[in-house]
Design a protein around this ligand. Structure first.
Ligand code: ZN
Length: 384
């Protein structure tokens, strides 16, 4: 049924490594087994299907799985939320040469996003504390001088077969997590987590819209041309509110983070990325905002309108990721914001997995939409 199941787990090169752990999952993963019977049955069918193949991996929520040499870590989840962390790693194995940005894209970089790996682990723990369940977390443990999992594989691996394999594992795990989300709730949210060091201390939320585009009025952003450009393409098509309200209204992700004490642009009082009392747009401000990169484009609904929406979250350092205490505090705030966001827009109760009134959660889309079946290898497999 799934490409990642029907294909051998061995990597495409001659390294001969394979994903290291084969486990069985619990048949009921939400708190108190409160899933609708249909969903549970669908999950069992899925598990039976993937367990029937030889050597197939079935993932236990909360457990870590690793690619070759432990460069890539996947902490399996049972919630419809996926985090990936491409730039927080620290491993510098000698078998992978340092990357050289010469001849690559203008935004080629080798600078790490400090403490984002630690922040992701704090978020994983905070979600479990808040919900009793786990988000999916994919971590690149290699330092960015060795690999960039937020660029295409050519630039990201710089010719190293070992880096190329790690890149493929990173993206394969995102795909595996996306499939699990589709099976369980039908829809979900992918977040590519980064750290930024811009002068203004705030969280930058990237929806694949530029700083320039965000200076448009709500009326302009609500025109049909804009939502399909966004990593929220599918969600925007399903909510009963205008696109601009989804991006920066009272229950937008930015507004919900702001309510928790973390300025996050855009939001209801900072509708665009401009600085200053009147938010007059200054073109130079575009350097002060990351609107979403390779992974957000590749893994979100913008590509084919699939059921997994995407968001690039660029957090500032001081007060968010600089100390264990601050990471824990921000992670708890993020968990609270996510609950309201899912209830408001996906109409999914993140504590139970149940669809709320008016919601469309459920596996029907998965079974009815052949576009959800992923091809075999990244990047083409990123149909989700
Ligand atoms: Zn980054």
């Amino acid at each position: 049924m799934f490409a990642f199941v029907s294909q051998p787990e061995a990597p495409p090169d001659t390294v001969g490594a394979r994903f290291s752990i084969v486990r069985l999952v619990k048949s009921c993963t939400w708190r108190g087994c409160r899933w609708p019977i249909g969903l549970t049955f669908a999950g069992l069918v899925w598990m039976a299907a993937i367990s029937s193949g030889q050597g197939q991996t079935v993932y236990q929520p909360g457990q870590s799985y690793f690619g070759r040499s432990n460069y890539i870590e996947y902490i399996a989840g049972d919630m419809p939320v996926i985090f990936s962390v491409p730039h927080g790693g620290s491993l510098t194995p000698s078998e992978i040469p340092n990357r050289n940005c010469a001849g690559n894209s203008a935004d080629c970089a080798t600078i790490s996003d400090g403490e984002t790996e630690e922040l992701a682990r704090a978020i994983q723990q905070a979600f479990h504390s808040h919900y009793g369940h786990f988000p999916h977390v994919i971590i690149c443990r290699l330092k960015r001088t060795k690999i960039d999992c937020n660029r295409d594989i050519r630039e990201g691996s710089a010719g190293s077969v070992y880096a190329q394999q790690a890149w493929e594992e990173f993206h394969r795990y995102i795909n595996i997590a996306s499939n699990a989300v589709v099976v369980s709730t039908g829809r979900g949210l992918y977040i590519d987590l980064h750290g930024q060091s811009h002068p203004v201390r705030r969280v930058e939320l990237g929806y694949l819209l530029t700083a320039d585009q965000l200076t448009n009025s709500d009326a302009t952003l609500n025109q049909p041309a804009f939502a399909p450009l966004s990593s929220f393409r599918s969600l925007a098509a399903q909510v009963p509110i205008p696109f601009a309200e989804l991006l920066r209204g009272s229950n937008s992700f930015g507004a919900l983070l702001l309510a928790q004490g973390y300025p996050a642009v855009p939001n209801s009082v900072m509708p665009n990325t401009c600085i200053g009392a009147n938010s007059t747009f200054n073109p130079t401000d575009q350097d002060l905002y990351f609107g979403g990169g390779y992974n957000t484009r590749l893994c979100s609904s913008v590509s084919q309108g699939g059921p997994i929406d995407g968001l690039q979250v660029e957090v500032n350092y001081a007060g968010v990721r600089d100390t264990a205490t601050n990471r824990t505090r921000f992670a708890a705030a993020l968990a609270q914001a996510m609950e309201v966001f899912f209830a408001s827009h996906y109409r999914i109760d993140l504590r139970t997995g149940a669809a709320l009134a008016g919601g469309t959660a459920g596996p029907a889309r998965f079974h009815s939409d052949p576009g959800l079946l992923p091809p075999q290898r990244p990047p083409a497999e990123k149909s989700l």
